[in-house]
Design a protein around this ligand. Structure first.
Ligand code: CA
Length: 227
């Protein structure tokens, strides 16, 4: 289990780090929000302990950044202010729990254990259809037991199609989920990316899984249909 602590007060950071290490967790410490976000982007943490009051980007801004990165990591917020507004704001932004400073190390460790347990039971499972499987945590895709390498966009499209297997996913939905707000609806980027995805997922395999529904979008299914 690897935990990231984002805390600018060195004394508190050391206290938490030591407590967590004694429980045999791997711990990284970031002294500000910027560094915290960078580490969170580079590593797959099981839990992030996030102080609200940070210089520069505060805890709320970091939470927003984590969401933008679509990190599923659990977040335990630390707040010095026991204000309902702060707690609500943190939870609204996707924090999983919060602890008001000052707190007791045992309580902190108990919250950490509870969050890690929850993370383990709620972890998104491998999505499968026919002989195709995708693991959102390791970002591994296999078909017929053979590993398939996908770049970010084709991976995101396949993830969406697999989760909605049997249902048509419109081009507008693909644009919204997979591209950002600067997506140009007049470009052929969806067609190009779908072509790349099909080359990897369907070429050399049977049956074909990705089908075009003309004028609407795409559907992932094992039976043959309009295409
Ligand atoms: Ca602080």
């Amino acid at each position: 289990m690897r935990i990231l602590v984002v805390e600018d007060e060195p004394k508190v950071a050391r206290f938490l780090e030591r407590g967590l290490r004694q429980q045999a967790y791997a711990v990284d410490v970031a002294g500000d929000g910027e560094e915290g976000l960078q580490l969170a982007g580079d590593h797959d943490y099981d839990l992030i302990v996030l102080d609200v009051m940070l210089p520069g980007r505060d805890g709320f801004a970091v939470l927003r950044g984590l969401r933008e990165m679509q990190r599923v990591t659990r977040v335990l917020m630390l707040t010095a202010r026991d204000s309902v507004g702060d707690r609500v704001r943190g939870l609204d932004l996707g924090a999983d729990d919060y602890l008001v400073k000052p707190f007791d190390l045992d309580e902190f460790l108990a919250r950490v254990r509870a969050l890690l347990r929850r993370a383990a039971t709620e972890a998104p499972l491998v999505v499968r259809h026919a002989d195709l499987e995708l693991d959102p945590r390791t970002r591994r895709v296999r078909r017929g037991g053979k590993a398939i390498e996908l770049t970010a966009k084709p991976f995101a499209i396949l993830d969406l199609l697999l989760r909605r297997a049997g249902q048509v996913v419109s081009r507008a939905e693909l644009a919204e989920h997979v591209w950002d707000r600067y997506f140009d609806p007049f470009s052929n980027v969806i067609d190009v990316t779908m072509h790349q995805l099909r080359e990897k997922v369907d070429r050399g395999f049977s049956p074909r899984l990705i089908h075009t529904v003309r004028g609407v979008g795409y559907v992932l299914r094992s039976e043959t249909g309009e295409d």
